[in-house]
Design a protein around this ligand. Structure first.
Ligand code: GTP
Ligand code: MG
Length: 449
């Protein structure tokens, strides 16, 4: 390549780079109050008018205390029905409620993984599919030409509360496998359910064991963010308390002269909101009061972003990198269309070939069947002829026998008639003989005095 060409190209690239460089910004001081310091307030007011949505996924075995904890967390009674232990597979049951606190509206969706842990095959696919389906719905809305994300009911799961059975032993393999599958799709907060059924020292050891197992299996649970100064300290402290050991109850018990939510036992009272009894308050603080917005944010910027990136890449879209040609939607569309059409053609050809093969196979099968039938028919025909011949022979024999019999019968009849004739003649002769004898006797009677 000539030197002048190289120069020309480098000048062009430098120009392009200059075009892409952001304009330098200079700091200026204002002469008086302008008013854009109200921007955060404008945002707050806009958000409050719009309302918020928050979606919680509860994963834990049947009867572990999911509904009770939700009722305790939001201090209300959600309508839920008890799950049975005989579900055929895990079923996701979302229920949405409109809640209001002061002037803030919250569209809360609680999704129950009904039947989790009850199946023999322990299939967690329905949970993953449900989370993906919510991402897909959002992506489809984003890709629409006329999209309405402003009033779109966002059903993406913001947090998964994973209920661990208080065995005091270790995590089940189902827990590890499920959490591993979910950790790139949702913010997981592990909690030890029914923590009142395990002693304090056992609980301490159990927590350490759980965290150790999660780390050694590479399960990424949600970490309360420590980059915001205002909450960094409390979040850092709370991260060290994970997994939270919680107790749920909506029952009110009188302790001293106060009514508190608690579980009453013959030996004492477990107070839900007493931090010496369980971590319920810590969970409520972290989940609702401090990090609800971060959970929503993380869902959008981390989990949904990952889903969206993979999906778009799968669809053939890609970003331009550095000096390469800018990404063109039209070209990608054309390339994808061509790819799709050739794939379609290939599939069509494959199906046609399959059809031809099937027809050939069926034809061969039919021919084989026909041959078998023919053979069977011939065989039957031979048997039939043989039978017929035998019957004929028998008939002939019978006819001969009949003939012989008739002859014998005729002879017998002739003999019989002769015999009859002979017997009918015998009395006559006897009479004659008698008469002869009496003639003689009369003669004698005459001659003998
Ligand atoms: P399904 O939705 O049917 O799977 O059950 P669930 O996980 O929603 O459990 P639910 O909240 O219905 O509670 C089941 C039983 O456990 C009830 O008898 C609750 O009173 C009891 N329970 C709930 N939370 C706790 C707890 O923290 N400690 C103890 N000891 N029992 C609890
Ligand atoms: Mg329930």
């Amino acid at each position: 390549m000539a030197a002048t060409d190289l120069e020309r190209i480098s000048v062009r690239l430098a120009g392009r780079r200059r075009e892409n460089v952001e304009p330098e910004s200079r700091s200026l001081s204002l002469g008086g109050h302008v008013g854009f310091d109200s921007l955060p307030d404008q945002l707050v007011s806009k958000s409050v008018t719009q309302g918020f949505s928050f979606n919680i996924l509860c994963v834990g075995e049947t009867g572990i205390g999911k509904s009770t904890l939700m009722n305790t967390l939001f201090n209300t009674t959600f309508e839920t029905e008890e799950a049975s232990h005989h579900e055929e597979c895990v079923r996701l049951r979302p229920q949405t409620y409109d809640l209001q606190e002061s002037n803030v509206h919250l569209k809360l969706t609680i999704v129950d993984a009904v039947g989790f842990g009850d199946q023999i095959n322990k299939d967690d696919r329905p949970i993953v599919d449900y989370i993906d389906a919510q991402f897909e719905n959002y992506l489809q809305e984003e890709l629409k030409i006329r999209r309405s994300l402003f009033d779109y009911h966002d059903t993406r799961i913001h947090v998964c509360l994973y209920f661990i059975t208080p065995t005091g032993h270790s995590l089940k393999s189902l827990d590890l496998v499920t959490m591993k599958k979910l950790d790139s799709k949702v913010n997981i907060i592990p909690i030890i359910a029914k923590a009142d059924t395990i002693s304090k020292s056992e609980l301490h050891k159990f927590k350490i064991k759980i965290m150790g197992e999660l780390v050694s299996n590479g399960v990424q649970i949600y970490q309360f963010p420590t980059d915001d100064e205002a909450v960094a300290e409390i979040n850092a402290v709370m991260n060290a308390h994970l997994p939270f050991a919680v107790v749920g109850s909506t029952e009110e018990v009188k302790v001293g002269n106060k009514l508190v939510r608690a579980r009453q036992y013959p030996w004492g009272v477990v107070q839900v909101e007493n931090e010496n009894h369980c971590d319920f308050v810590k969970l409520r603080e972290m989940l609702i009061r401090v990090n609800m917005e971060d959970l929503r944010e993380q869902t959008h910027s981390r989990h949904y972003e990952l889903y969206r990136r993979c999906k778009l890449e799968e669809m053939g879209f890609q970003d331009s990198d550095g000096d390469s040609q800018p990404f063109s939607l039209q070209e990608t569309y054309e390339a994808k269309r061509k790819e799709f059409l050739s794939e379609l053609q290939r599939k069509e050809e494959e199906m046609r070939q399959m059809f031809v093969n099937k027809v050939k196979e069926t034809e061969l099968e039919l021919k084989e069947k026909e041959r078998e039938l023919h053979e069977k028919f011939e065989h039957l025909k031979r048997i039939h002829q043989e039978e017929k011949r035998k019957v004929e022979e028998k008939r002939r024999e019978l006819e001969e026998e009949t003939k012989a019999f008739n002859c014998r019968k005729a002879a017998m009849e002739a003999l019989q008639s002769q015999a009859m004739h002979a017997t009918s003649q015998q009395p006559l002769r006897k009479d004659k003989d008698k008469k002869k004898a009496s003639g003689w006797s009369s003669i004698y009677s005459v001659t003998i005095p």
